[in-house]
Ligand binder design. Structure first.
Ligand code: DLL
Length: 436
């Protein structure tokens, strides 16, 4: 039940000292829980000669070894669980890019906590009982479907569980049911926008709030979505290993995502050295969930790159924010020795009015040299000659990319509809270097 008109629960605004005490109490609990109940952690901590009693203050956490995605895969399916199988009430999986999926599990208390966290996020951006929430992500193993569904129900909103696919129908549901809040990946939102434009119904939609997440997106994409749908677009971050969505979410200030310290212990490390970085420095997000019974991961390396923002937020919440994710350590493409994130390319393209909403990056080899080609869909007027000539536009995009990436790219302009659309997470990079 909402704590006040503005906040879902008292933990959002509790005194800082109280929150810190709660955090350390929970941190001690989760470390002991993992040590006592998960043989993997028992062994790992013994090897590192660190025991639950050694963790007295939050700085002591660095004594605990990291947990990696490989640890999850090596212990597939249930090796990292701290409770017997009969205590689990649900599992989800996250397939990632390679090999075995990561399996995550929940006790009924874990689900309760998760649902409350998602409700907290949705309430924070202004969703209320009167809203109609259309959930356009997969409802199967992906945590985005059921995770957001139950959170929205907890607020009392009416949920339209439309799942993925059939974009024209999705738009029809929005019109017929009076949808006011949508949830999907930002790349799918761009596709919906395109179809709605074609059907000429954008004006008829009653959307107020868009919750977009599960993949990196840029400030310029936000602008496009907000302008087209006439809504406020919020970034939603989470990962299956930490429950799913609901870990961090933007508030109405749209300046960083609040990360919930009563449920997660947050560190930012240098991905190369594993050392914690200084305040305000960019690094890899490392999370320790503080309340998870079924799968208490300690110092989990998310692979996601961000910055922790500790300055006070105008919304009044005491929880710090993370900068929108720049990309994943394993998403980074190294081209001719230069690090490139697809989100940088998106950022550049989305501010060029002639560029459409979809692009693809193809990496090949030309002799010993890496070649990077950015295929850009352009708005129809470019090909009908009503806008600038093609060569000039190509050079303009190349120059803008060069400024951002410090790298020469080939740019190919293609017609609208030439690049594959995605209903979940977009796959924008095709790296053919090892296939050639
Ligand atoms: O994507 C959970 C989720 C569902 C989040 C719906 C938000 C909305 P996984 O499939 O396990 O879980 O993928 C987690 O996706 O480590 C990030 O690399 C990426 N990711 C998630 N949210 C964002 C975001 C869900 N807002 C992985 N910005 C994470 C950038 C994101 N990347």
């Amino acid at each position: 039940m909402p704590y006040s008109d503005k906040y879902w629960c008292k933990e959002e605004v509790m005194p800082k000292k109280e929150l810190e005490e709660l955090q350390i109490k929970r941190l001690k609990w989760v470390i002991r829980h993992a040590y006592e109940k998960v043989p993997f952690y028992h062994k790992k901590m013994k090897e590192a000669k660190v025991y639950p009693d050694d963790i007295k203050k939050k700085e002591d956490i660095v004594k605990i070894p990291f947990t990696t995605k490989e640890d999850l895969r090596d212990n597939y399916p249930f090796g990292l669980f701290a409770v017997p199988k009969e205590k689990l009430v649900r599992i989800h999986t996250s397939s990632g890019t390679s090999g075995k999926p990561k399996v995550v599990g929940y006790t009924s208390k874990d689900l309760e906590n998760w649902i409350d966290m998602v409700a907290r996020c949705l309430y924070m951006v202004g969703m209320r009982e009167k809203d109609v929430f259309q959930n356009m992500v997969s409802y199967t193993f992906f945590t985005g479907g059921l995770g957001m569904h139950y959170g929205a129900e907890r607020i009392g909103a009416m949920v339209v569980p439309s799942g993925t696919g059939n974009t024209e129908k999705q738009i029809k549901y929005m019109l017929d049911f009076g949808t006011t809040v949508i949830h999907c990946t930002p790349s799918y939102a761009l596709y919906i926008k395109e179809v709605a434009e074609k059907l000429d119904v954008l004006e008829k939609l009653e959307l107020r709030i868009g919750c977009f997440g599960a993949e990196p997106w840029s400030e310029n994409t936000r602008k496009r979505l907000e302008d087209a749908f006439n809504l406020k677009a919020y970034d939603s971050y989470g990962l299956s290993e930490m429950n799913g969505p609901g870990v961090a979410f933007e508030c109405v200030e749209q300046d960083g995502l609040h990360i919930w310290l009563d449920h997660y212990f947050v560190e930012i490390i240098d991905p190369k050295t594993g050392e914690q970085v200084g305040e305000g420095e960019k690094g890899e997000l490392v999370l320790t969930p503080l309340t998870k019974e079924a799968m208490p991961l300690l110092r989990y390396r998310t692979g996601d790159l961000t910055v922790l923002m500790t300055d006070k937020c105008a919304c009044g919440r005491i929880h710090p924010r993370i900068h929108r994710i720049f990309g994943r350590t394993d998403d980074m493409i190294v081209v001719r020795g230069i690090n490139v994130f697809p989100s940088q390319i998106e950022h550049v393209l989305m501010q060029i009015p002639e560029a459409g909403d979809h692009f693809q990056v193809v990496i090949t080899k030309n002799g010993p040299l890496d070649e990077i080609t950015v295929k850009v869909e352009v708005v129809d007027e470019v090909f009908t000659g009503e806008l600038s000539d093609l060569e000039k536009l190509k050079r303009k995009i190349q120059n803008e990319l060069k400024k951002e990436l410090n790298l020469r790219t080939n740019v190919e302009l293609v017609e609208r509809g030439s690049i594959e659309r995605f209903k979940g997470k977009a796959k924008r990079v095709i790296d053919l270097r090892n296939n050639l």
